[in-house]
Design a protein. Structure first.
Lengths: 535, 304
């Protein structure tokens, strides 16, 4: 039997933490050949990144420990190598790129210096490394590579930084590239370009690619085979098509079912009472125009999704509507009054009707307050809503409404998972019985399966209570099953505004079409057809 | 970069002007300058004479204008005790202090960076625990006690080093050694904390994935990022030495600016006191400018 390029056998990794031993990876085996792309698919806590960190020798020991297994690279066990031999492997034979290129590039050195170092560390002379670095920057599509050498990471855009990381990783033409969520932090259109570049470079160099992701779409786009991990164990493996069309393990089935963008779309009715009417809102930060005249109407009991990439102004719009930031001009008529003209005292009363849910529930919930305190705090501030005697009863009711149990009242935020924390944040927003909740990327930080549940919950609340939502997201499929109206934004302007069916089935504007084309479908056949059309 | 330097210099200059104004008005607010400047036993006629001689009967603003003119031309008055220009007396003493501070801080900085970095690299290990304990002791030992113990041990009992004064290299060892301890303890702690977070950062992970050796990871990748908070503390510590290590200079009879200030206050040589305040303030402003420059040199994000 021929040797595989990478052969991981019975690998187990444990972490010693204050609350006991965590078995992050349990007895997993997989292999990868040259020229092949293997995806490790899993949600947070599945151990997918730990197994790749073990290959790269990046696990801190202690607290981590590899308790069993072998990792063969071309037949040599990486785990039993001498430290100096092991270090020579990194960068030269195995290279790695990461999720967040800004924090993974050293902020105080030029990118030229950092790419050059990848080569000089392994013995290349400085001049040769310099020439090679310039060539690489050009190859990954950085404009003016010569000048880019002397720039620092903060002077590039997110997509360019990931290209720089790729140039650095491929400097010595490694046999194996490990990509840990390489496109998760990028805009959808940029994601498509970066994945295409990776595929191209793979063909050129002939390396094996191990891609770690939570996104079925990324798997469908780039991988040949996939292994699915759940809670440290490998639950399924096979070709991408096989696993998607015929998943055997219940977890894989759940994961595929949870992928957004397959449900029944809302009709997107335009009749009804106008709850909020926004006209010509502009906002500048210095010379930067964040909002250039935004106008829309929101109907009572409807969900308006605002979709756009970074820099589109969607979060600025949310901040302005909540009066967390002051607009430069424009109007927002709410119950016959202009929101932007309200005095601080009136804003305080407005907060009752207008609530918000943020992206990161870990940061937006005070860690030193119990769930009861977090939810009932609104009534401390607005004491006329509910007499104190009824608080406990009402908190229990709200928790049940968002799918938690009344027993959870006494617990603290850190005792919950990310999805549960976001439910607590939603319960808190509901405590004041608002008419409108603005959700700023409220599900982006959540795992796919949890994302689906939270969106379902929001839609249920809307049907039951007649609440309206402004739902801000960067990803189109996420809003498909939930929105009534969709507003696509780009560079501070509305590109297209229409019913959800119209936007998804007959988008008029090229930018909307590009966004839709760039979002990845979890079905490998659909994705292959997309690729064929692009080529 | 140039515009950055210009901006910082202007900001520092404004503070310096503010200080000159404050020094003048404080010396006028604390009472009659004549009784401040003259010996306690001076008679009423002497005071009257002094007021006329120095124009102290003129309106305050006229006096201030004259004072600013004097400061700008470098005329800070005479030292009554030494019968020499006050500025000369101060610069002479300040040169001693400057050397003392410079040598001490260079030693402290290099030692603290190496010890702190290595402690952070294997945090929780044997070296780290020893370094942490010693730095804690160093940061908390009172310098006057240390100075006396050092004199008893090295000068009196072992008779290796002179107790006080200047003249040879040996005279420098005890003052530097004693002044070394506290800043060393403090800076090691800051370096260690800052390095621990730098070493667990994402870019260090990238460097390890590139196969970079431990040495360059610590001293090239992590250290430069970790230095920003450290430089602030180095500046603080250096400033307290430049102000004159009053206690240590006095104990070792070291002719620095700290000792000069104490002596001048006791001898009511007020022009010297004012000159010393201005000179040390100027030095500290220059040093802050230097620290701002270091920030900009270390971190390109500050430059742009």
């Amino acid at each position: 039997m021929a040797e595989h390029l990478l052969d991981v056998r019975n690998l187990s990794v444990e972490f010693y933490t204050a609350s006991g031993v965590v078995k992050a990876v349990r007895n997993i085996s997989y292999h990868l050949d040259r020229g092949e792309t293997l995806a490790i698919l899993g949600e947070s806590g599945s151990g997918k990144s730990v197994s790749s960190a073990a290959i790269m020798n990046l696990i801190d020991m202690p607290p981590g420990r590899i308790t069993s297994g072998e990792i063969f690279l071309d037949g040599e066990d990486l785990l039993t190598m001498r430290p100096d031999e092991r270090r020579e492997v990194n960068g030269k034979r195995i290279a790695m790129i990461f999720q967040d290129p800004l924090s993974h590039l050293n902020p105080v050195y030029t990118v030229g210096w950092q790419i050059r170092e990848a080569m000089t560390t392994h013995g290349l002379p400085k001049d040769a490394a310099d020439a090679q670095a310039i060539r690489l920057l050009g190859r990954v599509g950085i404009p003016d590579p010569q000048a880019a050498m002397d720039k620092y990471p903060h002077q590039f855009s997110g997509g360019q930084r990931q290209r720089v990381m790729i140039a650095m990783a491929l400097a010595l033409r490694p046999d194996l590239l490990i990509a840990d969520e390489p496109t998760t932090a990028l805009d959808v259109t940029v994601q498509a370009d970066v994945l295409a570049l990776l595929k191209e470079l793979q063909r050129e160099i002939g390396m094996g690619v191990l891609i770690i992701t939570h996104d079925l779409g990324v798997v469908a786009e780039i991988a040949d085979r996939v292994v699915v991990m759940e809670k440290g164990a490998l639950v399924e493996s096979g070709t991408v098509r096989e696993v998607y069309k015929n998943p055997k393990h219940p977890y894989t089935r759940r994961l595929i079912a949870a992928a957004p963008g397959k449900g029944v779309m809302h009709e997107g009715e335009t009749q009804g009472e106008v709850l909020l009417s926004v006209r010509d809102v502009c906002k500048n930060y210095g010379a930067f125009q964040a909002l250039k005249g935004v106008s829309f109407d929101l109907m009572a009991g409807q969900t308006l999704a605002i979709v756009g990439e970074s820099g589109s102004g969607k979060s600025t719009l949310a901040r302005v509507l909540l009066r967390l930031d002051e607009p430069d001009s424009g109007q927002a008529i709410w119950k016959g009054r202009d929101l932007f003209q309200l005095s601080p005292r009136e804003i305080y009363r407005l907060r009752r009707d207008l609530q918000m849910v943020f992206q990161d529930p870990t940061q937006s919930l005070n860690p030193r307050m119990t769930v009861f305190q977090l939810v009932s705090e609104a009534w401390v501030i607005h004491p006329d809503i509910l007499p104190r005697a009824k608080w406990r009863e009402r908190v229990a009711e709200l928790l049940q409404q968002v799918g938690l149990s009344p027993d959870h009242m006494r617990r603290y935020p850190h005792q919950f998972s990310g999805g549960q924390r976001q439910r607590i944040a939603i319960a808190r927003a509901l405590a004041l019985e608002p008419r409108l909740i603005i959700c700023d990327e409220a599900v982006s930080a959540l795992d796919v399966s949890v994302q689906a549940q939270v969106i379902e919950l929001l839609d249920k609340l809307r049907r039951q209570t007649g609440i309206s939502f402004i739902f801000i997201a960067h990803d189109l499929p996420v809003v498909r099953d939930f929105a009534d109206q969709v507003m696509v934004m780009q560079k501070g302007r509305i590109v297209e505004l229409g019913g959800v069916r119209q936007i998804f089935e007959a988008p008029r504007e090229p930018y909307t079409q590009a966004l839709l084309a760039a979002s990845l479908d979890p079905d490998p056949d659909v994705q292959a057809a997309h690729r064929a059309r692009r080529a | 970069m140039l515009s950055f330097i210009r901006k910082r210099s202007v900001a520092s200059l404004i503070s310096l002007v503010g200080l000159i104004v404050m020094v003048f008005f404080l010396s006028r607010m604390t009472g009659d300058p004549a009784s401040l400047f003259l010996p306690v036993e001076a008679s009423a006629e002497m005071k009257q004479q002094f007021r006329e001689l120095h124009g102290l009967n003129d309106p305050l603003l006229v006096q201030f204008g004259r004072y600013v003119g004097d400061v700008v031309t470098g005329d800070l008055g005479e030292s009554y005790r030494k019968a020499r220009p006050a500025l000369d007396v101060v610069t002479e003493a300040f040169t001693w202090t400057l050397w003392l501070a410079l040598i001490t801080m260079s030693l402290v900085t290099s030692a603290a960076i190496v010890v702190g970095s290595l402690a952070a690299f294997r945090s929780g290990g044997f070296f780290d625990r020893i370094a942490s304990m010693l730095s804690l002791i160093g940061a908390s030992v009172p310098d006057f006690w240390l100075a006396i113990v050092a004199i008893v041990l090295f000068s009196v009992n072992l008779a290796w080093l002179p107790t006080s004064g200047t003249g040879s290299v040996l005279h420098w060892i005890l003052p530097i050694g004693v002044l070394f301890v506290r800043p060393f303890g403090i800076i090691v702690q800051v370096v260690r904390g800052s390095m621990i977070s730098a070493l667990s950062s994402a870019y260090v992970k990238t460097a390890r994935a590139k196969g970079v050796r431990s040495g360059p990871i610590i001293f090239i990748h992590a250290l430069r990022n970790a230095m920003l908070p450290v430089i602030t503390v180095i500046g603080d510590q250096a400033a307290s030495l430049l102000n004159g290590a009053v206690v240590v200079e006095t104990i070792f009879g070291f002719p620095g600016v700290g000792k000069l200030m104490i002596d001048s206050i006791l001898q009511r040589d007020f022009n010297v006191v004012l000159a010393a305040i201005l000179v040390t303030a100027l030095a500290i402003f220059l040093m802050n400018l230097l620290i701002d420059l270091c920030y900009a040199l270390l971190d390109p994000r500050i430059r742009h």
